[in-house]
Design a protein around this ligand. Structure first.
Ligand code: C2E
Ligand code: CA
Ligand code: CA
Ligand code: CA
Length: 276
C-alpha cells in the first residue's frame, strides 16, 4: 500500500487492492466468456390481461466454468466499461432474432414478440442501426416482433441522435419500451419526443405498491402518463395476484414477474406457452 503523507489519502488500501484484482479477473474472464460462448439466454413471459403470453424478455446469463451461473447485475456494468457489451449485446440480438425466425414457423409460437435489453453504450455506437437491421435481415426475423428495451440513461446527452436512430428502426417495424421507468433521469419533455411504444414500471415501485402509498402514487402516475401519451404500460416484478389486481384496477394490463413465470431456459418457456 502507498505510504500516506500529510494531508493525503491512503487511496490504495489493501481492500481496494483486492477489489481491483477481482475486477481485473472479472474483465479477463469476461473476454474468455465471449470467445468460449459461455452466455445463454433465459426467457421471461410477458403477460396480457387474462393470462395470455404475448412474448418474452430475454435475459442474459453467464455460465461461468468455476463460479456457476452469474447474474447480469454482476457483469453488465463491467462489460459496459470494457466495451465487451458490444459483442455480447450483438450475440443477444442475434440469438433473439434467430429464435423469432424459428417461432414464426410454429403455429403455437408465431404470435410471440421478443424484448431485448439494449445498453446505452450499445445504442450509442454509430453503426447500431445498421447492425440491428443486418441481424434482422440475416436471421429472417419479422422486425415487428422485436422490441428493444432502452433505459433513461440514453437521455442524458445527444438526445437528438437517439431520437433519429429510434425513428430509423421504427420505420422498419421495431418497437421500443422504456425500461426501469422512473428510476433514472428522464425528463418528461423528452418523453413526448421519443417514438416509444411502451413504458415499463420498474419493480422497485411494484414491490411495495400495496403497502407504500408513495409507490402506489408513482405506479398510478406512470400508468396515467402512459395512457395520456398513448403508450402501453407494462409492470415488471409482479409477484402476487394482489399486486396484479391493483395495477389492473388502475389501468395497467400487461405484466411480467414471478407470479406468472421466472426467467427460464428456452424449452421451459416454450412448454409454458404451449400449456396455456
Ligand atoms: P431488467 O431489464 O430490469 O430485468 C428485470 C430483472 O428483474 C431480471 O433480473 C429479472 O430476472 C428480474 N425479475 C423478473 N421478475 C421478477 C419478480 O417478479 N421479482 C423479482 N424480485 N425480480 C424479478 P436479471 O435477469 O438478473 O437481470 C438484471 C438486469 O441485467 C436487467 O434488469 C437488465 O438491466 C440487465 N440485463 C439482462 N440481460 C441483459 C442483456 O441482454 N443486455 C443488457 N444490456 N442488459 C441485460
Ligand atoms: Ca429489461
Ligand atoms: Ca426492467
Ligand atoms: Ca428493473
Amino acid at each position: 500500500a502507498k505510504a500516506a503523507g500529510r494531508n493525503t489519502f491512503r487511496f490504495f488500501d489493501p481492500s481496494m487492492e483486492a477489489s481491483v484484482k477481482k475486477r481485473a479477473e472479472l474483465d479477463a474472464d469476461l473476454r474468455l466468456a465471449v470467445q468460449n460462448q459461455q452466455f445463454l439466454l433465459h426467457y421471461q413471459a410477458q403477460i396480457a390481461e387474462a393470462g395470455r403470453i404475448t412474448g418474452a424478455e430475454v435475459l442474459l446469463r453467464w455460465q461461468h466454468p468455476d463460479r456457476g451461473m452469474i447474474s447480469p447485475a454482476e457483469f453488465i456494468p463491467a462489460a459496459e466499461e470494457t466495451g465487451l457489451i458490444i459483442p455480447i449485446g450483438l450475440w443477444v440480438l442475434e440469438s433473439a432474432c434467430r429464435q423469432l425466425a424459428l417461432w414464426a414457423k410454429q403455429p403455437a409460437m408465431a404470435h410471440l414478440s421478443v424484448a431485448v435489453n439494449v445498453s446505452a453504450h450499445q445504442f450509442r455506437k454509430s453503426d447500431f442501426v445498421a447492425q440491428v437491421l443486418a441481424v434482422i435481415r440475416n436471421s429472417g426475423a419479422n422486425p415487428e416482433r422485436l422490441k428493444l428495451e432502452l433505459t433513461e440513461s440514453l437521455l442524458v446527452e445527444n438526445v437528438g441522435e437517439v431520437i433519429e436512430k429510434m425513428f430509423a428502426l421504427k420505420s422498419k417495424g421495431l418497437c421500443f419500451s422504456l425500461d426501469d421507468f422512473g428510476t433514472g433521469y428522464s425528463s418528461l419533455a423528452y418523453l413526448k419526443r421519443l417514438p416509444l411504444d411502451q413504458l415499463k414500471i420498474d419493480q422497485s415501485f411494484v414491490r411495495d405498491v400495496l403497502i407504500d402509498p408513495n409507490d402506489a402514487a408513482i405506479a398510478r402516475t406512470i400508468i396515467a402518463l402512459g395512457q395520456s401519451l398513448g403508450l402501453a404500460v407494462i409492470a415488471e416484478g409482479v409477484e402476487t395476484a394482489e399486486q396484479r389486481d391493483f395495477l389492473s384496477s388502475h389501468g395497467c394490463h400487461a405484466y411480467q414477474g414471478f407470479l406468472f413465470s421466472r426467467p427460464v431456459p428456452l424449452r421451459d418457456f416454450e412448454h409454458l406457452v404451449q400449456s396455456i
